[in-house]
Design a protein around this ligand. Sequence first.
Ligand SMILES: *Cc1c(COP(=O)(O)O)cnc(C)c1O
Length: 407
Amino acid sequence: MKNTFDSPLPDSNGFFGEYGGSFIPPQLQTIMDEITEAYLEIRKDPGFQKELARLYRHYVGRPSPIFHAASLSEKYGADIYLKREDLNHTGAHKINHCLGEALLCKKMGKKKLIAETGAGQHGVALATAAALVGLECDIYMGEVDIAKEHPNVVRMQILGAKVIPATHGRKTLKEAVDAAFEGYMQDPVNQFYAIGSVVGPHPFPMMVRDFQSIVGNEAKEQMQELTGGLPDNIVACVGGGSNAMGIFTAFLDDDSVKLHGVEPAGHGVEKDGDHAATITKGKPGVMHGFKSYMLQDEAGEPQEVYSVASGLDYPSVGPQHSYLKDIDRCNYEHIDDKEAIDAFFELAREEGIIPAIESAHAIAFAIKLAQRGEKGSILINLSGRGDKDIDFVVENYGKDYGITNRM
Ligand SMILES: *Cc1c(COP(=O)(O)O)cnc(C)c1O
């Protein structure tokens, strides 16, 4: 298999064209430089690669299969395939980069992984990696989210992580980021801030992408085996953009493969605050230490964002996506709440697979592509499973889909 860690971008300062980089206070820059150096060293180390490969295979359950969705294909008239990241241990793609970050943290001699989490998915994946590798773990979470996402809070605690409530402001993700950042600044030497997507200052967009690129590397071989060639289209949802970069990276030089990133349109992209379609509606700007398209108000502050999928709810996007947009290598589309929920039930009822609402955005767009007359094959990155979303979906949409006998 092709070396996972083999890509010409970003440049040595972390830029993908004009995007990315590192816009942070000088004392933090010193720490980021150490992380970059340690990472560049470690990724060439055969011992590290072997250990990560062992965990991917025997702990996560990789390679994840590719499944030909025959009923969907027949119904919509294009060959639709699913890359089954939902079958990974912990139920999504996030474990791929959490394990890489945990191993790096341990190799650097640091004691504790920390992160913020919104719905708790990143927190659970990181707490899992921390337990496995033998590190302490602090997860910062807004008080409102702690009340809402009780099962994930308990999961993190069972795994031995400390869940630290963010109690100021609106007590959700943005405040959790603030609190985690404050916590990090108390002791950046012994702690490692494990960013949850291909965002943040250099080296995180590069590093998280590299750890996720296993997805596309596997998919390329699997599609060749299954179909004798490459897929004509690849579709992935885009929040921060890690599952999308994970499956896109292996195909960036294959011009015949069309790449589609799907952003959340929420209630619709016309009104600010109703969506989180960053590339579709945003402008270049700097936040959270990096430059990218972002949804910003007149003053350059991050806008309110909304999506039915909390994992897609982010006012910026990984800088490599902004670059791929500008050079026209990747097509960015958007799918609203209603279309995503329709696709959630469609996959469940046609294929017997309940997807995460995030992943349902990708499914919805793939169906649209087929309906538009696309005759070639479509490979969807099924980034996660829907167990976490079941109660919410039934409560809010069950009736529309014939689920009436709720107690
Ligand atoms: C977190 C999450 C996402 C969004 O994150 P990306 O970095 O854009 O991949 C998508 N799908 C699932 C299942 C998630 O948990």
